[in-house]
Design a protein. Structure first.
Length: 105
């Protein structure tokens, strides 16, 4: 389930995540790792769903993915932009073996 409530309501996300068997995710409108940390730190979501175009770019998306992976939270890159941002997402996901679910060739 995606974006059920505003991402700022970390404690409510934790309550939902613990109560549901269906994975919950948010993050497409969160800017910078510092704003993802509260959700990741307490496993308030099952998947962080950052958008490279709004999270702070390729490097910031990598930082978010690395941090989530360290704490056992999955990541799925969100994309709802232009063909240029789509290709940036593809390149980021394809070249970053640290993003959860990505494998090094």
């Amino acid at each position: 389930m995606e974006d059920i409530i505003p991402w700022e309501l970390t404690d409510q996300w934790k309550t939902l995540s613990d109560a549901l068997e269906t994975p919950v995710l948010t993050g497409e409108d969160i800017y910078l790792l510092k704003n993802f940390r509260p959700l990741i730190d307490i496993h308030a979501v099952d998947i962080v769903h950052s958008d490279l175009a709004t999270a702070g770019g390729i490097l910031e998306t990598k930082k978010i993915g690395d941090y989530a992976e360290e704490l056992g939270v999955a990541m799925a890159i969100h994309q709802a932009g232009t063909p240029v941002s789509f290709m940036a997402d593809v390149h980021c996901a394809g070249s970053n073996s640290k993003l959860p679910g990505m494998r090094t060739p």
